[in-house]
Design a protein around this ligand. Structure first.
Ligand code: BT5
Length: 236
């Protein structure tokens, strides 16, 4: 079991940045930075993460003693935890779908964002969950827990998320990434789903085939099987 120590802030630049600062000061594994709003919430590749009050924004300091090549595993663990937590609050007929690498979708809309970053000696796991407020000006579908008929508060979502995260970290430590990979595959879009992967200015279209043992995406294209280790994935 991971013991979480939550530090709460009303407003902050980015919970990931604060977690990096605390990690440099030696904050232990399980330290959680939670803010009611972020003024400069970040996505991958320096994109913005819309962070008004009413949603969950937190970052967790992890010190898992992993080779850097295995850091990607944390993102899949986080996606499973977010999906479990959200499903405890949604009506029974609403389910989450996972999309490579770390997206959690409800009603085909992005309901959560996950950002894993590395400092000298810690991993920072940043998670945003849309509880009440759907951001405007986003180029694809977004969802919120309450907008999908769920009953949720921000603190309730935090608590459900940390409980689920602790369980999935236990599974990972006990059974390894193979167990995370197979749980992720059962909750992801089905094999054969048409996907469009954007990597910089290149786009690849293909059908979802599998996830490799190291977390890479495997797709079948008209030119054959391709492996993707990075990129933005949308449904084609
Ligand atoms: C992500 O990036 O999905 C990772 C987001 C991580 C946010 C958390 S919040 C706590 C912690 N502190 C931080 O500063 N960050 C982490 P990416 O895949 O690059 O998606 C970013 C894109 O999602 C943006 O370009 C928008 O199109 C869209 N977006 C922005 N805000 C959103 C929101 N609240 N809900 C859904 N989509 C959003």
């Amino acid at each position: 079991m991971t013991a979480f120590d939550v530090r709460h802030y009303d407003s902050i630049d980015s919970t990931n940045d604060e977690a990096v600062r605390l990690a440099h000061e030696g904050a232990p594994h399980g330290t959680v930075v939670h803010a009611d709003e972020q003024t400069v919430g970040r996505g991958r590749l320096s994109r913005r993460w819309s962070s008004p009050p009413g949603n969950l924004y937190l970052s967790i300091i992890l010190r898992p003693d992993l080779p850097a090549a295995r850091n990607v595993e944390i993102g899949f663990i986080a996606a499973l935890a977010v999906a479990d937590a959200i499903e405890t609050m949604l009506p029974r007929q609403e389910r989450t779908t996972l999309k490579w690498p770390n997206d959690v979708l409800v009603r085909n809309g992005k309901i959560s964002g996950i950002l894993v970053e590395q400092t000298d000696d810690a991993l920072i796991l940043g998670i945003g969950v849309n509880v009440l407020e759907a951001p405007g000006g986003v180029s694809y579908n977004v969802s919120t827990i309450v907008g999908c008929g769920g009953l949720a508060t921000v603190d309730g979502t935090r608590s459900a998320l940390l409980t689920a995260l602790s369980s999935w970290l236990d599974v990972w430590q006990r059974d390894g990434f193979a167990a995370i990979r197979s749980a992720w595959l059962t909750r992801a879009h089905p094999v054969g789903t048409p996907l469009r992967i954007t990597i910089g200015d290149r786009t690849i279209e293909g059908r979802f085939a599998d996830m490799r043992d190291d977390g890479a995406l495997i797709i079948d294209t008209d030119e054959g099987r391709r492996i993707c280790t990075a990129g933005d994935v949308g449904f084609a």
